[in-house]
Design a protein around this ligand. Structure first.
Ligand SMILES: Nc1ncnc2c1ncn2[C@@H]1O[C@H](COP(=O)(O)OP(=O)(O)OP(=O)(O)O)[C@@H](O)[C@H]1O
Ligand SMILES: [Mg+2]
Length: 167
């Protein structure tokens, strides 16, 4: 697990469960306003990672592939925070994104956003976010690269790094 630089962290996951567990550990660290942008080819594990994030965050409902719906809202028991699981895969045009009203969700204090196919509309992301790139290596192995943008997300990545590799 090489550390590329202070604001970047890279892992190789060896199976879907490992990716889900990584997501869950990240999910427990999330607070309102956090934005997780997921980029990676079909089948690279974006939904699996998002499912882990939802579980760690404490979503009442499991995250499922939102491919046919642009976004799904999840709630949790401990407070009225919401987690939006968003998927840009089916977006036809950037105007569609503008019509979603995402500016009212991204970075809002009570809201966590997890966005699949984030690279389809990179311009809509606030300066503060965690960008995750997933790469398919072979049937079971995936590279996951986490890049923090902004002060809060650098702190988040720092906590995540400590959780995972202990330093
Ligand atoms: N190390 C791994 N991490 C994640 N998924 C893995 C891994 N190894 C195998 N898989 C399998 O790869 C598939 C990943 O599917 P997933 O739906 O998460 O991909 P996705 O990136 O969301 O694709 P899409 O772009 O279609 O939404 C699953 O079938 C999962 O079981
Ligand atoms: Mg998916």
């Amino acid at each position: 697990m090489p550390i590329l630089s202070q604001d970047t962290l890279e892992f190789i996951s060896r199976n879907a469960d490992q990716t889900r567990r990584l997501g869950a550990r990240l999910g427990t660290l999330l607070v309102g306003g956090d934005v997780i942008a997921l980029e990676g080819d079909l089948g690279s594990g974006k939904t699996v990672l998002a499912q882990g994030i939802g579980r760690g965050w404490g979503a009442n409902t499991p995250l499922i592939s939102p491919t046919f719906v642009l976004m799904r809202r999840h709630l949790r028991l401990q407070n009225n925070h919401r987690l939006y699981h968003i998927d840009f895969y089916r977006l036809e045009a950037t105007t569609e994104i503008e019509n979603l009203g995402l500016e009212e969700l991204l970075g809002e204090p009570d809201i966590v956003c997890v966005v699949e196919w984030a690279d389809r509309a990179p311009h809509i992301f606030p300066e503060e976010h965690l960008w995750v790139t997933l790469r398919w290596l072979d049937e079971f192995r995936r590279t996951l690269t986490f890049r923090a943008q902004g002060k809060r997300h650098n702190t988040l990545l720092e906590q995540f790094r400590k959780e995972i590799i202990g330093r």
